[in-house]
Write a protein that binds this ligand. Structure first.
Ligand code: ADP
Ligand code: MG
Length: 219
C-alpha cells in the first residue's frame, strides 16, 4: 500500500534521512523503531508531505504522492497522529474531532456524524467528554482524541508517531487494543515507537532506523 523508495530529507543543509526505503502492505501494522534523533518523525513528515522529499519517491497504492501538498495527501487516504498529539487545547473534544474531517468534501464530509459515532464506539471515554476542552483530558484520553481526529479524515493508512509516549501500562494496553481492532477492520498502520518490546509485540513488520538510515528490516 505504501512504498517509500530511497528518500532523502533535509533541514537546511543537514540531511536527516539517507536513501530510506520501506514498504507497508495492505492490512498490516508496520513499525519504525530507533533511538531519539534517528529520524523517525522526519520520515513520517516526509511521507505526509510536511517536509519536501529531496531524492527518491513515496507512493500510495502505486501512485506517487511525494510532490503533492499535505491536504491532498490526506484526501488520498493518508492521516497522521503527530508526535505530542498537537490537539487544540481550548477547543472541545467534539470540535477537535470535527477538525479531522476538514479536508473532506461532498458525501464524505456529510457523513461526518456517522464517522464521529464510529470514533466514539472505539473510544467510549471520549463520548462522555464531547463538550469538554481537549486540554482538560488525561494523557491517555488526549492520545485517544488525537487518534480519533486522524480517523475522522477516513484514512486507509494511518501513521502514528510514538502514540504510547508517557502513558501508563494500562492505557498503553487499551490503546494498543484499539489499534489492533482498527487493523482487523481493514486499516493499514505505520507506527513509530522507541520501545522495542511494545513495537515488536504487535507489529507484522519492523524497520530499525539509526542516524537516518534503515539498518535492519524484518517481519
Ligand atoms: P526522532 O523522531 O527519531 O527522535 P527526528 O526525526 O525528530 O528524530 O530528528 C532527526 C534529526 O533531525 C535529528 O538530528 C534532529 O536534531 C534533526 N531535526 C529534527 N527536526 C528538526 C528541525 N525542525 N530543524 C532542524 N533539525 C531538525
Ligand atoms: Mg520523533
Amino acid at each position: 500500500m505504501l512504498t517509500v523508495h530511497a528518500i532523502d530529507a533535509c533541514y537546511g543543509r543537514v540531511r536527516a534521512l539517507h536513501r530510506v526505503s520501506l514498504t507497508v502492505a495492505r492490512g498490516e501494522l508496520a513499525t519504525i523503531v530507533g533511538p531519539n534523533g534517528s529520524g523517525k518523525s522526519t520520515l513520517l513528515r516526509a511521507i505526509t508531505g510536511l517536509l519536501p522529499v529531496r531524492h527518491g519517491s513515496v507512493a500510495l497504492d502505486g501512485e506517487p504522492i511525494s510532490d503533492l501538498p499535505p491536504e491532498i495527501i490526506v484526501r488520498r487516504g493518508l492521516a497522521m497522529v503527530p508526535e505530542g498529539r498537537e490537539l487544540f487545547p481550548p477547543l472541545t473534544v467534539r470540535e477537535n474531532l470535527l477538525l479531522g474531517a476538514y479536508a473532506l468534501r461532498g458525501a464524505a464530509r456529510r457523513a461526518r456524524g456517522e464517522d464521529l459515532d464510529r470514533v466514539l464506539a472505539l473510544f467510549p471515554a471520549l463520548g462522555a467528554r464531547l463538550g469538554q476542552p481537549a486540554g482538560t483530558l488525561s494523557g491517555g484520553e488526549q492520545q485517544m482524541l488525537a487518534i480519533g481526529r486522524a480517523l475522522m479524515s477516513r484514512p486507509r493508512l494511518l501513521l502514528l508517531d510514538e502514540p504510547f509516549l508517557g502513558l501508563a501500562p494500562l492505557i498503553v494496553a487499551e490503546i494498543r487494543h484499539s489499534l489492533e481492532k482498527l487493523r482487523r477492520t481493514g486499516l493499514t498502520l505505520l507506527m513509530v515507537e522507541q520501545k522495542l518490546d511494545i513495537a515488536l509485540g504487535f507489529a507484522q513488520r519492523a524497520y530499525v532506523l539509526i542516524k537516518g538510515r534503515v539498518v535492519l528490516e524484518d517481519s
